[in-house]
Design a protein around this ligand. Structure first.
Ligand code: ATP
Ligand code: MG
Length: 335
């Protein structure tokens, strides 16, 4: 490792608040974009209900979890209650219907890990993926959105981390690095761990929302507007948090033993999750517990090569945050 361990933040850190917030503002989607996405959803709902009158469409992923940057694709879930749903058949039928209505580049990917139909809206240019009955994704989208409403620093930090990950090429699950979903969970967990805490642990609080999806019980406190200014006792600024986030993943996380868990608001051990051995392709080199599918490690995509890439990128980012005269440029330099 070429960089030194570091624990004490540079003294001029708060001069970086304004440039980080400026980056956040440019990434944030405009209201107008949200309106266009809604319009497309309404059109899709009309088309779908002609064929499947009881089916419903839900937005999920970054267009609905409030962590979507401007010009993101939209993710849609078609919830269809039919015994014995043949997803391939439905996707092919759906592709026909969409094509007939002049939606562009319609493609049914029936053999993908998550089978989808892809399309482009010719009016707005919005790209859209539609999957079937992926209701857990709709529920975890709601959890993320609810967390985002508690303290604005979560959204700011996540936008900056996602922007960094995309710029540095470490947001590619097919290359063994992490999904956007995993990065959001890392940010939530990180803010749950600050002292005083910036975010609570909603799943450890009184249940006000509960659904059971594919035999998984999803329950948590969702009346976040009642939490007032939960994080106000912590006055850390966005620049301090970006610094501390990268410092944590570069130098402080115990990769050998620890599992981050948004569900419990704490660190668990690999031992208690029984994530100590490689089983199949799951190597558990960086462990991020899914908040609902708790047997699911979002770090499972990471292999012995990509863990090095990831850790070197965390160290590079921590080093830049500590020493670079102009971190807001260097951090996001395309790799
Ligand atoms: P962006 O498209 O801006 O990169 P995104 O939030 O749409 O971000 P994805 O990682 O593509 O990111 O995930 C889309 C949604 O799918 C997530 O919000 C989550 O609801 C769900 N999801 C993605 N990966 C998983 C996973 N491994 N386990 C469970 N749900 C997942
Ligand atoms: Mg997406």
């Amino acid at each position: 490792r070429i960089y030194k361990r570091q624990m004490i933040c540079r003294s001029d850190i708060d001069q970086l608040n304004a440039p980080f917030l400026a980056i956040y503002e440019t990434l944030k989607p405009a209201e107008e974009e949200k309106a266009k996405q809604k319009q497309l959803l309404t059109l899709l709902e009309t088309l779908v209900s002609k064929e499947w009158p009881t089916a419903r469409l839900y937005l999920y992923g970054s267009c609905a979890n409030s962590f979507g940057v401007s010009k993101s694709d939209i993710d849609v879930c078609l919830a269809i209650e039919e015994a014995d749903v043949d997803k391939s058949k439905i996707l092919l039928k759906l592709a026909d219907i969409l094509q007939a209505d002049n939606l562009q580049n319609v493609q049914a990917l029936t053999r993908a890990r998550v089978p989808i139909v892809k399309l482009m809206d010719p009016v707005t240019g919005i790209l859209c993926d539609i999957c079937i009955n992926n209701v857990l994704a709709v529920v975890n989208t709601k959890l993320l959105r609810d967390y985002a409403q508690i303290d604005e620093r979560l959204r700011q930090l996540t936008f900056i981390v996602k922007h960094w990950a995309k710029s540095r090429g470490v947001n590619e699950t097919y290359q063994g690095t992490l999904s956007s979903y995993a990065y959001v969970l890392m940010c939530i967990h990180f803010l749950q761990q600050r002292r005083p805490a910036i975010l609570p642990c909603l799943q450890e609080m009184e249940t006000t929302y509960s659904v059971t999806v594919d035999e998984v019980k999803c329950a948590y406190f969702d009346q976040v507007e009642k939490l007032g200014d939960f994080g106000r006792r912590n006055s850390e600024t966005i620049a301090q948090l970006v610094w501390a986030f990268f410092n944590y993943w570069a130098y402080r996380h115990d990769y050998a033993n620890a599992v981050i868990s948004v569900r419990t608001g704490s660190l668990l051990s690999k031992q208690e999750k029984d994530w100590t051995r490689r089983i199949g392709n799951d190597r558990h080199l960086i462990c991020i517990e899914d908040p609902f599918e708790t047997s699911h490690d979002l770090g499972r995509v990471v292999d012995k090569y990509s863990i090095k890439v990831l850790r070197e990128e965390f160290e590079r980012a921590a080093h830049i945050m500590q020493y670079d005269p102009n971190p807001c440029v260097k951090l996001f330099e395309c790799f």
